[in-house]
Ligand binder design. Structure first.
Ligand code: SAM
Ligand code: DTB
Ligand code: SF4
Length: 364
């Protein structure tokens, strides 16, 4: 597969593209079933990275405050609610650059065990991860690891400077070495070109094996981030992206992810037609709004869709043979720490501070 081939697919007349994607979808999936995941932010805000889209980056002045990690009890309660509401997967997110061994990680391992025991698929998105950390998560019962490549290798440098595209690929490799399923996708609407979008799909499609799930996020432009003024992407862009992902990754679960509050039911219907077969459910993503469960259930009813059972695509993680401890950890990672160097973000952070100072003065 080449970039030119993917661009060719992406640029087909829209209805031909949707029709072709719908055919591929029906060959590999039950078109009535949609996998439903619930997101849970177990550690919100205060992140040291400079991802230009992210409301949780400490350096931007958004409404998100840094919070302490959730307790095991809180996680269990949220998981039970998610399960009762028809979610087959709980995805726990932390605003970390990478996993650090220690108390917090041990607590996450307990969370994973607890949710796995509820017969739910457990997914985590905790930033960069070593092979040993991945194996410990797997041993605790983790089913999937989410780590997005976010955009093309080229455009990545425009939105994040505190880590590299290759760092992202390395973590995905580590998840694979631990026998975890991989969830990796990206965001559209950050100012990238069609070529960047297709290059992102090419990187994902060339992974061997291809990711089991690929989230396609429409940028949620959050006030206080450098991307706050980005225009909402037209629904047609989302449909094209979903359809192209479906054609180049026929077996993957293509997840219609962030940005659904701005999409009509008709728009989402075309995305499902074009091969989307997963969503995030619940009125909150990690920190931003998402359609409520009732709104989504009404949409499912209208479209004749139903939520998928847990582990429909694979076995529940069985007990693994080995016990991974720090003693047998030969893979301690020293992640590269490129300097923060995105001029636009530096300027923006300054502007944010100025704005905050102005607001503070007004309050006095
Ligand atoms: N800190 C970890 C990391 O970066 O991998 C995990 C959490 S991070 C919030 C997970 C993903 O959420 C990001 O990779 C990005 O694709 C997505 N995301 C974050 N902010 C977003 C926004 N404003 N709009 C759309 N997607 C967003
Ligand atoms: C993914 O691709 N999208 C989800 C999940 N994986 C972790 C996160 C979307 C976050 C949107 C912004 C927020 O709510 O903070
Ligand atoms: Fe941190 Fe992840 Fe947000 Fe980047 S996307 S600022 S790494 S929480």
């Amino acid at each position: 597969m080449t970039l030119a081939e993917i661009i060719n697919i992406h640029e087909k007349p829209l209805l031909e593209l949707v029709f072709e994607a719908a055919k591929v979808h029906r060959e590999h999936h039950n078109p009535r079933e949609v996998q439903v995941s619930t997101l849970l932010s177990i550690k919100t805000g205060g992140c040291p990275e400079d991802c230009a889209y992210c409301p949780q980056a400490a350096r931007y002045h958004t409404d998100v405050e840094a919070e302490a990690m959730m307790t095991l009890e809180e996680v269990k309660k949220s998981a039970l609610v998610a399960k009762a509401n028809g979610s087959s997967r709980l995805c726990m997110g932390a605003a970390w650059r990478n996993i650090e061994d220690g108390e917090d990680f041990d607590q996450v391992l307990e969370m994973v065990k607890t949710v796995n025991a509820l017969d739910m698929e457990v997914c985590c998105t905790l930033g960069m991860m070593t092979e040993m950390q991945a194996k410990k998560l797997r041993q605790a019962g983790l089913y999937a690891y989410n780590h997005n490549i976010d955009s093309s290798n080229d455009f990545y440098k425009e939105i994040i400077s505190t880590r590299t595209f290759d760092d992202r690929l390395k973590t995905i490799e580590n998840a694979r070495k631990a026998d975890l399923t991989v969830c990796s996708g990206g965001i559209i609407g950050m100012g990238e070109s069609v070529e960047d979008r297709c290059a992102m799909l090419l990187t994902l499609a060339q992974m061997d094996p291809q990711p089991e799930s690929v989230p396609i996020n429409g940028l949620v432009a959050v006030k206080g981030t450098p991307l706050e003024d980005q225009n909402q992407i037209p629904i047609w862009d989302m449909i094209r992206m979903v359809a192209t992902a479906r054609i180049v990754m026929p077996k993957t679960a293509v997840r219609l992810s962030a940005g659904r509050t701005a999409m009509s039911v008709e728009g989402q219907a075309l995305c499902f037609m074009a091969g989307a077969n997963s969503i995030f459910s619940g009125d909150k993503l990690l920190t931003t709004p998402n359609p409520s469960r009732n709104v989504d259930m009404e949409m499912f009813e209208i479209l004749g869709l139903q939520p998928m059972e847990s582990f429909a695509k694979g076995d529940r993680p069985a007990d693994v043979k080995y016990v991974y401890t720090d003693q047998n950890d030969e893979s301690k990672a020293i992640w590269e720490r490129p300097k923060h160097r995105l001029e636009r973000n530096v300027e923006y952070a300054k502007l944010g501070k100025k704005r905050r100072n102005e607001a503070d003065t007004l309050k006095q």
